[in-house]
Design a protein around this ligand. Structure first.
Ligand code: CA
Length: 362
């Protein structure tokens, strides 16, 4: 596919510079953009794919038709995990996915999705919008010709589905678990054999006992996948993905060539989508959890303290090992840790103290 086919504007190409021109002629003279956006999600995957479609609709309306974004699910135009390369090379203008999918190319990208025992959704947004995180992310992606934006967050995920009870650290030893990324590296230190499987493969693998455990997202998506039929024990919290952020990527060249007004429309619509997706998760997860525990009699359990404490220790080791291997990882790890330390100091007397106060009252 030729890039020109996607970025060619229609109309006269003259951008109206005069604020006094009549609206109709401004419209007639305005360059129109027709872009493609490919995601890493299955078609109609709720909240993620539907949220991206809403974003495209918002951009079209806000730009009064100047920009049309056609959204494609993973596999419809290109394989899901080729999004990064396609947008980087400019064969596609926009992508939506999660930065940690690109850990093989850019290990430090993982900080912009989730870090075990790291920032939650509120912390991630504080880092992105107020703590310099978005600027670090832009610098990391610039050599790859990409402009990133936070766009979506699942909130704290669940720890996962297990076919047997986990009462101690020793119970993890020897288990095969579907768990990607840094979380997989961390839990491997407890003797777990981490396995990578796509969403479509999880249920069958768990049901047949090819794997003993899996993490996926949270109650809303886990219920849809039917995981309660394949494993009885549902553990919390999702220590490995405490507030995973999703990303919008834009090819840097076409981004830089956009009028400022359209750049603002895109960044504002992305921010709106970021908030909307997180809010939908928060609202739908609680209903789904009631259905899992009520109707489907799922055994909901907290990981024992011993397990969480060990995993936290293993996380510190893992992050240090990764930082020793990669200078960019080390640099962003330092900035992230600094922000998180400050954020935790404030959290201790705000959100965390408030959560404790609520727990004590109930
Ligand atoms: Ca997950």
């Amino acid at each position: 596919m030729k890039r020109r086919d996607f970025i060619r504007g229609v109309g006269s190409g003259a951008i109206a510079a005069s604020g006094v021109a009549a609206t109709a002629s401004v419209q007639a003279g305005r360059r129109r953009y027709r872009w493609k956006l490919v995601t890493t999600w299955p078609p109609n995957f709720p909240i993620f794919q539907t949220g991206v479609k809403q974003f495209a609709k918002d951009v079209r309306r806000m730009s009064r038709g100047a920009m049309t974004i056609n959204v494609f699910a993973g596999g419809e135009l290109i394989p899901a995990l080729q999004t990064f390369d396609a947008v980087s090379q400019g064969t596609i203008e926009m992508g939506h996915g999660a930065a940690y999918y690109w850990a093989g190319k850019i290990p430090a990208a993982q900080f912009f999705t989730a870090v075990p025992f790291g920032l939650n959704a509120q912390g991630m947004n504080a880092w992105f919008y107020g703590g310099g995180g978005h600027e670090l992310w832009q610098a990391l992606y610039a050599p790859h010709g990409l402009m990133p934006f936070p766009m979506g967050n699942t909130g704290v995920q669940m720890g996962g589905w297990f076919r047997k009870r986990i009462d101690s650290l020793a119970d993890l030893k020897g288990l095969k678990m579907r768990i990607p990324g840094l979380g997989g590296k961390v839990i491997a230190k407890a003797g777990v054999n981490p396995v990578l499987l796509s969403g479509g493969e999880i249920y069958t693998a768990l049901e047949r006992g090819t794997i003993d455990a899996t993490e996926w997202v949270g109650p809303y998506h886990d219920l849809r996948l039917g995981l309660y039929r394949a494993a009885k024990y549902y553990y919390y919290p999702g220590w490995h993905e405490p507030g995973p952020a999703l990303e919008l990527t834009v090819n840097r060249k076409v981004w830089d060539d956009l009028p400022k007004e359209l750049q603002l429309i895109i960044s504002t619509a992305a921010m709106a989508a970021n908030l909307r997706m997180l809010s939908e998760f928060e609202a739908r997860n609680l209903e789904a959890l009631e259905e899992l525990t009520g109707k489907h009699k799922v055994d909901l359990r907290a990981f024992p303290d011993e397990v969480l404490q060990a995993l936290r220790r293993f996380t510190t080791e893992t992050l240090q090992e990764e930082a020793d291997k990669d200078a960019q990882f080390a640099k962003i790890h330092k900035a992230y840790s600094q922000f998180m330390t400050n954020n935790n100091g404030w959290r201790a007397i705000s959100e965390a103290a408030y959560a404790r106060a609520l727990a004590e009252k109930s």
